[in-house]
Every structure is written in structure tokens, then in C-alpha cells.
Design a protein around this ligand. Structure first.
Ligand code: SF4
Length: 123
């Protein structure tokens, strides 16, 4: 059975509208992509969609309540909500430096969550 799916490429701000053709649930082709990155994204999106995770964790001792964090690589899209729930369990104490590992190997997926900015202690 042939089917088509339409969605926008989220790889860059151009946001090309992609049309993907699947045959028996398997990727066949894509149109609408301005560049090869869109083709790569389209195939991944219909087979094993991935997303970067950004969020915040609680922060103490810095005068601000939250520390921005980001994943070091993309996570499976179907694990994003579970991973975000892990962020809500964490409290970090200042000082924190950009790149500090806040959660190592989140959900056992081989990806770390790191601080995305510096926070000094406020005394
Ligand atoms: S297909 Fe290429 S140009 Fe279009 S949104 Fe994706 S990355 Fe950007």
C-alpha cells in the first residue's frame, strides 16, 4: 500500500513543506526539500523520529530558580516526555558552568543533559 505524509522540515528556519511517499510503511521518496538535509530529516522522521531536548532544572544558590539544560544529542521522540520528567526531579546547586553534566546517560539512552549557561554562586 502506498501512502503519503506531509510535514514541515524543522532542520532550518526555511521550513520546507515535505511530501514523503511510503510503500507498505517504508520510506520511498521525498519531495519539497530545498536541500539534502531535508531528505535525510524526512526519512528519519517517518522511521525513527529524533529530537533535541531543551529544558530547565531547579537551581539553588544563584539568585535565579532555574538552570537551562540541553541534550548533547538527539533523543528518540517517543522518549522526550519521559526525559523531560527526569529534569523535574533534579535540583542543582550553583556554581554551574556551561557544559557541566547535569544528568549522565539520561534514561540509559547514551545522551547527557548539560548546563547551557554559567551560574555563579550568590552569597
Ligand atoms: S529541506 Fe533544507 S532548506 Fe528546507 S527546511 Fe529542511 S534543511 Fe532547511
Amino acid at each position: 500500500m502506498t501512502e503519503t505524509k506531509k510535514f514541515n522540515c524543522i532542520t532550518c528556519p526555511r521550513g520546507c513543506e515535505l511530501t514523503v511517499t511510503l510503500q507498505d510503511g517504508k520510506f520511498q521518496s521525498v519531495t519539497g526539500n530545498f536541500c539534502p538535509n531535508g531528505a535525510k530529516y524526512a526519512e528519519q522522521e517517518v522511521t525513527a523520529p529524533m529530537r533535541m531536548l531543551t529544558g530547565t532544572v531547579k537551581l539553588t544558590g544563584a539568585g535565579l530558580p532555574l538552570l537551562p539544560v540541553v541534550s548533547t544529542a538527539e533523543l528518540p521522540k517517543d522518549k522526550i516526555l519521559l526525559a523531560a520528567a527526569e529534569l523535574r526531579k533534579i535540583t542543582v546547586a550553583a556554581p554551574v558552568k556551561y557544559g557541566d553534566i547535569i544528568i549522565h546517560n539520561i534514561l540509559g539512552l547514551g545522551v547527557d543533559m548539560i548546563a547551557s549557561c554559567d551560574f555563579a554562586c550568590i552569597k
